[in-house]
Design a protein around this ligand. Structure first.
Ligand code: NAG
Ligand code: NAG
Length: 342
């Protein structure tokens, strides 16, 4: 079960003490509950989720009324129309725009009791100004598993249909890097690995950018992908791991949160973790000297699971509706900064 990801973690913690089998029953029960349109606690009226800033753009995408239906959520409308502030069931504020535009929150127009959602997929190292938002937000949408609305960058889902063949491998290790800074842990590790391992470096920082459509076919030719996060934080596992490695068909060499965090999302034998080695040299020797049957073992999951990338902000926001009936009504993040930096 673990490798499917997406547990209602917070609720399970509150129900603590349940044994494994019972836990599974609880998940199954809530899954049924949430997916059966006629069953009791799912609100039948359409929820309106107002997105105050669409992330990273001034131009929100078209948001037809059935936007969330394609993600399995009916009765859920996303809108970027700020005239709906007075009536929206929840309002989402994406952190980057609050941070960079020093935007003012519409506090004086906030209807009493309206839930406000703080949304960000960036790591604490790249998140500034949170001290300004004390006692404002009720729910958090992020990659952190203890978020009210938990939205990982990807997950494994049961595979229906045949396993796709593993791409042919002709190269050793690849790394895509757009922002190379020597002080970052990933830069240090790369410097230590490079003398012992053939690493082909792509991306803006290397002068070899890859076009969007070239990314996966290029990385597919590599045995390993250096899935090095830009900073190491709780649960911070990004598309570097899910897309550039797993979806491309390369074995991730993970630098990020501890191995146990990755194992909450994927089987333990699906990736290499840098913490498993006492030196970069030892890691390089392991990668280079691996025989073919050992290498194939990293892909055992592909017989029964497939990668689903969750990079679309529409899907992330539609998740709010799926969680809505279960979200705490009277909760306020008094100290969002301490919570997020923890
Ligand atoms: C925004 O919503 C208001 C109120 O429902 C509506 O009158 C207006 O036409 C909408 N604007 C756009 C651009 O859809
Ligand atoms: C391949 O390597 C694994 C692990 O090092 C070892 O257990 C296995 O016997 C090797 N297989 C072959 C065919 O050499």
């Amino acid at each position: 079960m673990n490798c499917i990801g997406y547990h209602p973690t917070r609720r399970l913690r509150a129900w603590g003490g349940l044994a494994g089998g019972a836990t599974f029953m609880v998940i199954w029960f809530f899954w049924l509950w949430g997916s059966a349109p006629g069953s009791a606690p799912v609100p039948q009226s359409t929820l309106t989720i107002l997105i105050w800033h669409w992330p990273f753009t001034n131009r929100p995408p078209e948001l037809p009324g059935d936007t969330c239906t394609r993600y399995g959520m009916a009765s859920c409308r996303l809108s970027a129309n700020r005239s709906l502030l007075a009536s929206a069931d929840a309002v989402v504020f994406h952190h980057r725009e609050l941070q960079t535009r020093q935007s003012l929150l519409p506090l004086d127009q906030r209807p009493h009791g309206q839930p406000w959602v703080w949304a960000s997929m960036e790591s604490p190292s790249n998140t500034h100004g949170l001290h300004r938002f004390r006692g404002i937000f009720n729910w958090v949408l992020s990659y952190r598993r203890d978020s009210d609305i938990f939205v990982p960058y990807g997950r494994l889902e049961p595979l229906s249909g045949p396993t796709s063949p593993l791409p042919a491998k002709s190269r050793m290790a690849a790394w895509v890097i757009s922002n190379f800074q020597e002080r970052q842990q990933r830069a240090k590790l790369y410097r230590q690995l490079a003398p012992h391992l053939q690493v082909d470096v792509f991306g803006r920082a290397s002068g070899r950018p890859l076009c969007a459509n070239c990314l996966l076919p290029t990385l597919a030719r590599y045995r390993f992908y250096l899935a090095f996060e830009n900073s190491q934080h709780r649960d911070y596992i990004t598309e570097k791991f899910w897309r550039n490695a797993l979806a491309a068909g390369a074995v991730p060499v993970a630098l990020g949160p501890p191995r146990a965090t990755y194992e909450a999302f994927v089987p333990p034998d699906a990736f290499v973790h840098v913490d498993d080695f006492s030196s970069a040299r030892e890691l390089a020797v392991f990668l280079v000297s691996m025989n073919e049957s050992r290498y194939r073992g990293f892909f055992a999951w592909r017989d029964r699971l497939r990668v689903r990338l969750l990079g679309d902000w529409r899907e992330r926001f539609c998740t709010i509706c799926a969680r809505y009936p279960y979200l705490p009504r009277s909760q306020v993040y008094e100290d969002l900064e301490s919570w997020f930096q923890a």
